[in-house]
Design a protein around this ligand. Structure first.
Ligand SMILES: Nc1nc2c(c(=O)[nH]1)N[C@H]1C(S)=C(S)[C@@H](COP(=O)(O)OP(=O)(O)OC[C@H]3O[C@@H](n4cnc5c(N)ncnc54)[C@H](O)[C@@H]3O)O[C@H]1N2
Ligand code: MOO
Length: 393
């Protein structure tokens, strides 16, 4: 059995960056940008109004203007404004030539007969409420650096400069195989002795969450031949294979044996940790194979602490083996020394609280948990106030 840190070292030593590809923006969420991105245009690409109101060449000694034009957003024609006159203008509409300022409509009085506006306030200065060409970014300017994770905001930014595609590190394709005769899908009735397959939907969500959407789900009963076929087929087709269950020592735990038969090279099996001791990692011809323990909390913990960092490194992320934060514990926690514990926890301000219901079959704590806390191997009682590693979920 190896330590948590040895497991991390072995995985990181065997992890290489994946390929790059250009994909459409709408499929890029959560992926990592593989090259610096420069804006192909000025944004905004024309001076425009930041308010619904009136525009003119502003003179602080003038208080009345006659309105002789109207300019709507999207109007591409060239409007010119005469000295001393104003135009009705709307948010996002192109500024007319000769105008430099917009007065919001709520600050003026409009006389519909004379079509004159009167403004007597002193808030407005020349240039107020005008969004200048290039004030977000200029053509050729660096707008996003390589290594940035694509958030909805990043997608907005790239779309705003007109990009429909982006070069990212390719997300691997994944097959996961859920093993166990006792498993039924949600929406069906259970007989005593059966349980719902919670690991499948959870794994799918864990993968989607890191930008992996090419995911194939398989199921295999506790039957060696059926499992072997599923493993062999997955290794033919996908980049990564994840198994759930069947990796412990029971008579029907065939995962390890079937992986050996499939020619997978074991990197390690079993880590000095709770939960998730019987976690397995291996490789075959550049493909990754991870076998998660069947207990749902154990599987989630192993995914979070080993599978996710590996996949994220392949997909271009840096510092994947570093905890998200180091925070003080709010409560004492007893543990067994000789094992690293990953406990379900919740951050509150700059502290972190270990939650109840830590058993590995029990998922209830995830209704409030937002992280795991890592409690080091050598510790037994961990006192409130101890600084601990926090791994976000
Ligand atoms: N004699 C020993 N028995 C066990 C040991 C041990 O060291 N000696 N380790 C225990 C630990 S720790 C774990 S974790 C489990 C891991 O077992 P497996 O990976 O072989 O998983 P299974 O036996 O198939 O299932 C374990 C548990 O999880 C439930 N399960 C499985 N798949 C799902 C799923 N998709 N959704 C929801 N729940 C699932 C399954 O019904 C079992 O209750 O081994 C211990 N035993
Ligand atoms: O380690 Mo198992 O994952 O304790 O239930």
């Amino acid at each position: 059995m190896i330590s948590v840190n040895e497991a991390r070292r072995i995985l990181s030593d065997n992890c290489e960056r994946g390929e790059k590809q250009t994909i459409s923006l709408k499929n890029s969420l959560n992926l990592i940008v593989a090259e610096d991105i420069f804006s192909p245009i000025d944004v905004p690409s024309f001076n425009n109004s930041a308010m619904d109101g009136y525009t003119m060449k502003f003179d602080e000694n003038q208080h009345q203007w006659q309105v002789d034009t109207m300019i709507q957003a999207g109007d591409t024609s060239v409007h010119k404004i005469a000295e001393g006159k104003a135009a009705r203008i709307f948010t996002g509409a192109k500024m007319p030539e000769g105008a430099d300022t917009v007065i919001p409509q709520e600050l003026v009085e409009f006389d519909s007969e004379s079509r004159e506006i009167t403004y007597k306030d002193e808030k407005i200065k020349t240039g107020s409420n005008v969004r200048l060409r290039g004030s977000q970014c200029q053509k050729g300017e660096l707008i996003l650096i390589k290594g940035t994770q694509i958030t909805p905001g990043v997608i907005g930014l790239l779309a705003s400069v007109g990009l429909a595609e982006v070069k990212v590190f390719t997300a691997p394709s994944v097959t996961y195989i859920i093993t166990g005769n006792e498993l039924k899908e949600t929406g069906t009735d259970l007989q005593e002795g059966e349980i719902y397959n919670s690991n499948g939907p959870m794994l799918e969500a864990l993968l989607n969450n890191i930008g992996i959407t090419d995911v194939t789900a398989q199921k295999a009963g506790d039957d060696k031949e059926e499992l072997q076929q599923a493993i062999d087929a997955a290794l033919e087709q996908q980049d990564v294979l994840i198994l759930s269950g069947g990796i412990s020592v029971g008579d029907y735990d065939f995962v390890k044996e079937c992986l050996e038969t499939a020619g997978v090279k074991e990197l390690f099996y079993k880590i000095k940790q709770r939960p998730g001791k019987p976690f397995y990692a291996g490789k075959k011809a550049g493909k990754w194979i991870f076998a998660l323990p069947g207990n749902p909390s154990s599987g989630l913990s192993c995914f979070n602490h080993y599978v996710k960092p590996c996949l994220r490194h392949i997909m271009g992320a840096d510092d994947v083996w570093q905890p998200n934060r180091i925070l003080a514990l709010t409560n004492d926690h007893k543990k067994k020394s000789g094992f690293t514990f990953f406990v379900k926890a919740k951050t509150t301000g700059d502290k972190v609280e270990v939650l109840g219901a830590q058993q590995s079959f029990n998922l209830q704590a995830f209704s409030t948990a937002n992280c795991f806390v890592e409690l080091e191997e050598e510790l037994d009682v961990v006192k409130a106030g101890t600084m601990v590693k926090v791994w976000d979920l």
